[in-house]
Design a protein around this ligand. Structure first.
Ligand code: KG4
Ligand code: ZN
Length: 357
């Protein structure tokens, strides 16, 4: 089985071909970073137009890279939500057109399911597993029971963690995208330099909150004289000591985020073991899962709980089309094909998916 996957839900135009055996035959990601950088965030209109400009060529290159003709495909998968709807339309229309022209099954993939199942492409692990999904738009703890079968155990009540990373980077003038910039700055900083809050720590339940942490970063940056002015980005010429203060604040923020994730995941692992009779594994996916320091924290949490951390390689954590093609493979294998009038959707909770397996 071979499936073409298309991802256009945010600021990456991506196309990939993946086989049923889990072989990534081609995997192309075209980042729009440079187009959005002047605005310090993703501009939906620019994103949609850029997807339009590049998707045909990228799909052609992914097919050529895999050495396949369209006739040899078993299915065409595209992210059909959730995401920036203008971009989602582009991917969905492209996939539907190919499916229609070549009389192949169309697979409408939930972007979050792509992240949730990506670990089965990289590590071939079995259900069930505990999933921490941490990206720019989402922060959730889920019990993954099977394809299309997700039980939400907790989630953020305000910002997603990736969003908090992005805002912290913006406040400190570290540049865009924020996650990798904060991680890089943090590697040179002292995580104990600033005393930042750990919202929700010790509270019952498994929800997260990051907006208070973000506000605390703003106050601390202001007080320390490193709050970036509107539109001020990295490399704008620095003065003595401020770089170190920014690094310290980035490291302190990352440490607070790590403490929050660690405490919530430890609780979730205990609950998971009670409900499923097995201690995990704990899987971390989504863009923030690319962060090495957070991965290390979660590794030790999992080990303490008698579990293990499984994380896809960073390239499979940030947005990509291989995970969409793979979700397509999994769904096609269960006969979960979608009609050509399937509507793209900006919001699409994982718990509402059709179940299989
Ligand atoms: O999964 P993703 O590529 O897109 C969404 O579906 O949201 O995640 C993007 C998010 C951004 O907020 C980005 O700043 C964050 O993931 N991110 C990171 C790192 N790399 C990406 N956050 C922390 N550390 C990183 N190394
Ligand atoms: Zn994503």
């Amino acid at each position: 089985m071979v499936v073409l996957g298309i991802e256009t839900s945010c600021d990456e135009t991506a196309a990939a071909v993946v086989s049923g055996a889990g072989k990534i035959c081609s995997d192309l990601v075209l980042s729009q970073l440079d187009e959005h950088r002047p605005y310090g965030g993703v501009v939906p209109e620019i994103a949609a137009r850029s997807h339009m400009d590049h998707i045909d060529r990228l799909v052609g290159e992914a097919m050529a890279g895999a050495g396949l003709t369209y006739a040899e495909l078993d299915g065409i998968a595209a992210t059909a939500g959730p995401g920036l709807i203008g971009g989602v339309f582009v991917g969905v229309m492209t996939a539907k057109a190919i499916a229609l022209a070549w009389e192949k099954p169309f697979l409408a993939v939930n972007h979050l399911e792509g992240h949730a199942l990506s670990v089965r492409l990289s590590d071939a692990i079995d259900f069930p597993y505990l999933l921490l999904l941490v990206s720019g738009g989402h922060c959730q703890l889920l019990a993954v029971e099977g394809v299309g079968r997700y039980r939400r155990l907790g989630g953020t009540i305000d910002d997603a963690l990736g969003e908090a990373f992005d805002k912290t980077a913006k406040l400190l003038g570290l540049g865009y995208p924020g996650g990798p910039a904060v991680e890089q700055a943090a590697s040179k900083g002292d995580p104990a330099a600033f005393d930042l809050p750990r919202p929700m720590l010790g509270r019952p339940g498994l929800d997260f909150s990051f907006s208070g942490l973000k506000t605390a970063v703003r106050h601390a940056a202001d007080k320390a004289g490193v709050l970036a002015g509107a539109g001020v980005l990295a490399g704008a010429g620095d003065d003595g000591g401020h770089d170190q203060t920014r690094a310290d604040l980035a490291a302190s923020f990352q440490a607070a985020a790590g403490d929050i994730l660690a405490e919530r995941c430890a609780k979730a692992l205990a609950l998971f073991e009670k409900d499923y009779g097995t201690p995990g594994p704990l899987v971390v996916a989504g863009g923030v899962a690319a962060n090495r320091s957070l991965r290390a924290r979660l590794e030790s949490v999992a080990a303490t709980a008698g579990s293990r951390l499984v994380a896809p390689p960073p390239k499979l954590c940030t947005d990509n089309a291989a995970m969409i093609a793979w979700a397509g493979v999994e769904r096609l294998g269960l006969g979960l094909v979608d009609p050509l009038d399937f509507a793209a959707r900006p919001r699409w909770p994982l718990e509402s998916l059709s179940a299989g397996g």
